[in-house]
Every structure is written in structure tokens, then in C-alpha cells.
Design a protein. Structure first.
Length: 182
């Protein structure tokens, strides 16, 4: 029987990074999956834990759905922690999109696709020390106009490539958007 970490390791082994930063993130995530006792647990702080994001695009791939994160005060893709017992980034990313935008996303034809990987620092907060999120960013499709503002989100909007280019977005998010948006 294949374990969850073996499935993630295979998914990562097949991923082709777009640049040196993504290659370094891929290396870090592969090391985490290979060595951590509980890589899916939000309580695993050193060096961090896996998270799952949904990079949501309309069917034409001309717009993306971003959220304005309530705690981080920035425009980001929907995403977050794996829930206890969850170990499939395709499932976790869809759940996160539903929770944060109330949109019912779907995988592209052919099934789940790992679009991008990114390791980024999360500042210390309350009882959590500063740690890294090892983010598995899945490609998802959604219907424009079918979203709302969900948990932990101050706003959710669809943006064109040009609108995204004018925003101060995280470089990892920009990289992922460039892989898909027309």
C-alpha cells in the first residue's frame, strides 16, 4: 500500500520548476516530505509543514480568483492547512477554495494538476512560532460570478492578467499565474 507521503513524493518528482526559486522550494518540500514525522500537521513547525492552495482560473484562463487575506493583508490565492486526516492536495485545495470563496471549484480535464510549489515564511503569531509553509499549489477551474467572501477573507475578486501585473503580488504567485493566464 502506498503511503500519503509516497504519493506526495511522486507528485513532486514529476513537477518541473519554472525558475531557480521554485526549484529551491521543490527541494525543500521534497526534503520535508522525506524526513518529517508529520508533514501534514499544522503543529509541525521545524522547519514547517505542507499547505495546499488552489490557483483558480476561469475556463478561458483569462482571469484568476484571488482573496484579500484577513490576517496577512495581501491579495493571495485561496489556500491553507491540511485538516487532520487529509493528505491529498487536490482535495485540500478544493476545500480551502470553498471555505474562503464559497465557490465550487473543479479540477481541469484530466484530473488534479500540481501547478506550482512555493516555500514561504509565516510570521510568529499568538502561540505559533515563525515557520515555513511548504505550499502545493493546485490548478483549479471556477465559474466567474459564483463566489462570495468566506472564512478569514476580507474580499474575493476575479482579476485579469493586466490587473494582476499592476498589483504588488508575491513573486511565487506571479510565477504560478504566468504559467496559466492568457
Amino acid at each position: 500500500m502506498t503511503t500519503a507521503t509516497e504519493k506526495i513524493a511522486r507528485l513532486l518528482a514529476a513537477h518541473v520548476p519554472a525558475d531557480a526559486r521554485e526549484a529551491e522550494s521543490l527541494r525543500k518540500i521534497q526534503a520535508l516530505v522525506a524526513t518529517a514525522s508529520a508533514p501534514f500537521s499544522r503543529e509541525h513547525f521545524v522547519p514547517g509543514h505542507l499547505t495546499a492552495s488552489g490557483m483558480v482560473f476561469n475556463a478561458a484562463r483569462t482571469k484568476t480568483l484571488l482573496i484579500f487575506h484577513g490576517k496577512l493583508h495581501r491579495w493571495l490565492q485561496p489556500g491553507g492547512h491540511f485538516e487532520p486526516g487529509e493528505d491529498d492536495p487536490g482535495v485540500a485545495s478544493m476545500r480551502e477554495v470553498r471555505e474562503e470563496t464559497l465557490l465550487e471549484p473543479r479540477h481541469p480535464d484530466g484530473g488534479p494538476v500540481l501547478l506550482d510549489v512555493d516555500v514561504h515564511l509565516i510570521p510568529a503569531r499568538k502561540t505559533d512560532p515563525a515557520h515555513e509553509h511548504h505550499d502545493l499549489r493546485m490548478l483549479l477551474i471556477g465559474d466567474e460570478g459564483k463566489h462570495a467572501i468566506g472564512d478569514g477573507v476580507k474580499d474575493a475578486q476575479w482579476f485579469t492578467r493586466e490587473e494582476c501585473a499592476a498589483m504588488d503580488l508575491d513573486p511565487g504567485l506571479v510565477r504560478g499565474l504566468k504559467k496559466v493566464m492568457k
